[in-house]
Design a protein around this ligand. Sequence first.
Ligand code: GLV
Length: 311
Amino acid sequence: MAVLIIAKNDRPDWWADQLRRNDPSLDVRVWPDAGDPADIEYALAWKPRPGELAKYPNLKAVFSLGAGVDHLFSDPEFPAGAAVSRVIDPYLTAGIREYVLLHVLRYHKNQPALDMQQREHVWDDRGHELKQADERRVGILGLGELGTASGKALAALGFDVAGWSRSPKDIPGIACHHGPDGLDELAARTDILVCLLPLTPETEGILNAGLFAKLPAGAYLINAGRGGHLVEDDLIPALESGRLAHATLDVFRNEPLPRDHPFWDHPRITVTPHNASITDPRSVARQIADGIAAIARGEPVPNAVDRELGY
Ligand code: GLV
């Protein structure tokens, strides 16, 4: 039995070290040095090349090195027999919660406009709307691990928080909406829209001109879900028409964001390089080593992903 790490740009040797540290008995291999493909029963993967995982005939489980699993299921040859486990980790959740708090607070305190004033040496403490947190309506798309944690933290700061998910939820402090009508209800009451959805065929392109038109004029957008959630061509027109006031984007259809992409230089777009939260091998490797041991004992796959739902 061997474990293969496939994470080309994501510190594969660090993952291997951390895994061995947690379970020295594991035979850990780092791609492309997989050895005999028949030995590989477990893989830790981040954005493997399409078709790569199909090469290991005895693969039992793939551990996604992030919260998202779309990078696995977009592979048409993803092995049907392999279970998928995703990361649910307090540090990963904290990273997203911090990112959401940072950018919601930045919008709440009108920081993008103040930055612009500073660049122009303008001292103007009057031209800004006075709003309290409880007058700021935040809408969170996706009420899984990350959306729920972010929503609760915002509610604890006094923001008026609602959320939307595919199926009904009941979360104290968050007004929960669901389904297609629920999305319209959420949009109509949202000043700051935060996307933390999984990318599935149902959520692909959900951030589009139609949804922006349902938000109050001058709303803000924060996308820390996936680039595929945003219809990129709809964003700049929404900003230029004033429908949206500003957008903060951590994820893009093409990553790295191409150097000549118009988002880089737009005065009302903040770009961050898909680092809202980073999976920390120091905490996650323990979970994965325990997960491998559990599966080897015949126990269920931890944090298993429902292949039908795609999350
Ligand atoms: C990163 O985007 C992740 O899915 O954890």
